[in-house]
Design a protein around this ligand. Sequence first.
Ligand SMILES: NC(=O)c1ccc[n+]([C@@H]2O[C@H](COP(=O)([O-])OP(=O)(O)OC[C@H]3O[C@@H](n4cnc5c(N)ncnc54)[C@H](O)[C@@H]3O)[C@@H](O)[C@H]2O)c1
Length: 363
Amino acid sequence: MIIGVPKEIKIGETRVSMTPSLCRRVTALGGKVLLEKSAGNSAGFTDAEYKSAGATLVVTAAKVWKNADVILKVKEPLPAEYHFLQQGQTLFTYLHLAAGPALAKELCRKNILGIAYETVEGSDGAFPLLKPMSQIAGRLSIQIGAYFLQSQHGGSGVLLGGIPGTMPGHVVVVGAGNSGAHAVQMAAGMGARVTVLDLDTRKLEALDTEYRGRIVTLMSNPANIEQAVADADLLIGAVLIPAAKAPIVVSGKMVAQMRPGSVICDIAIDQGGCIETIQATSHQKPTYQAHGVIHYAVPNMPALVGRTSTMGLTQATEPFIAMMVQKGVERALSEHKGLARGVNTRNGRITYDAVAKAVGFDS
Ligand SMILES: NC(=O)c1ccc[n+]([C@@H]2O[C@H](COP(=O)([O-])OP(=O)(O)OC[C@H]3O[C@@H](n4cnc5c(N)ncnc54)[C@H](O)[C@@H]3O)[C@@H](O)[C@H]2O)c1
C-alpha cells in the first residue's frame, strides 16, 4: 500500500499527517510512504528525517496524489486540491462535510472512499481522532481570548485572572465535551470566573466534582445561556452534535447584549459554528467585530501549535493507519466497526446519515 502525504495548504496550517516515527512504523509493516518535500517543515520535521525513516520524497503535490492508494492529510481538501483527487482513491483526514457541501459533492463525483477522522469511533463510542485536536483548541481558546481582550487588540482591557481587589474576567463555555472541558481547565487555572453549560448532566456533574465549587455549571437552555452570555468577557462555543451542522445556541440578540470589547471564540466553526453572528476567519485575519464584540472563528486553531498538534494527532491516528497497512483498507473497515464509522463517502454516495442530512443530499 502506498500512503501519500501532501503538504497542507490551508492558510496558516503547520501540521502534517505523518511524523518520521509513524513513517518508520508504516514502512516496517511493509507500506510505502510518498511524501511531498518539506511537508513536515513547519511542524519541525526535516526531509532528512523522513528519508531515513524510509519515505520517498517527491517535489510536487500532484505526484503524491497521483501515485498513492491512500491519501493521508490533516485538513479537508481545498478547492485548489479537488483536481488532484483520483477516481476511487481512499482519503483519510478531517472532512467536516456538514459544513462543506461542495467538497461532499466532489468526493461523491470522484467515488472517493472518504474516511473522516472526526467520525471514527473508539470502542466506547467516543471520537478518538477528534479528541486531541479538541483538547488543543479548548486550551488555546483561553489564551487566544486573553490576547484579544487586551486593549491594544481592541479588547475591553480585562485581565482574565484579575488581581486581588479586582473582579476577575468571566469566561462562559457552552459545551462541556473535550474542547469545553479543556477550556474550563485553562480558564480556571488562570483564575477567571468560569461558567460552563451543557445539555448532558453527566458532563456537568463530572466538572462540578472536579472543581468543587470553583466553577459554575448550568444546564444549557436559552434562559441560562442568555443570562451567562450577557455577563461574559470571553465566550467559548464548544458544542458538537457528531457529524451534523452545529446548532445555533447563542443568538445575535444575546451577542448584542455583551459588553463592548468582549471576545467570542467559536471553536465549533468547523461544523458551521454555534453562535449566530459567527463567520469563519483564518489565521491571516483571525477576528472581526459584530455588535462591538470581537469574533474569532478559525477552523484550524491547532495549527498555531503545529508541533504539539502533529504529535497529538498522529499518536491517535497511528493504530488505524497501521491496521490499514497490515490488513488493507477493506479488511480493516470490515473488521473494525469504529473505523468503519469514519466512512462518510463511498461509491459516489454520502454514507453517514448526519452528513447527508446536513448537506441535503446523499449522492
Ligand atoms: N476550530 C478548531 O480548530 C477546532 C479544533 C478541534 C475541534 N473543533 C470542533 O470543536 C467542536 C467541539 O468538539 P468536542 O470534541 O469538544 O466535542 P464533544 O463531543 O467532546 O463535546 C461537545 C459537547 O457539546 C454538548 N452539546 C451539544 N449540544 C449542546 C447544546 N445545545 N448546548 C450545550 N452543549 C451542547 C454535548 O453534550 C457535548 O458535551 C467540534 O465541532 C469540533 O470539530 C474545532
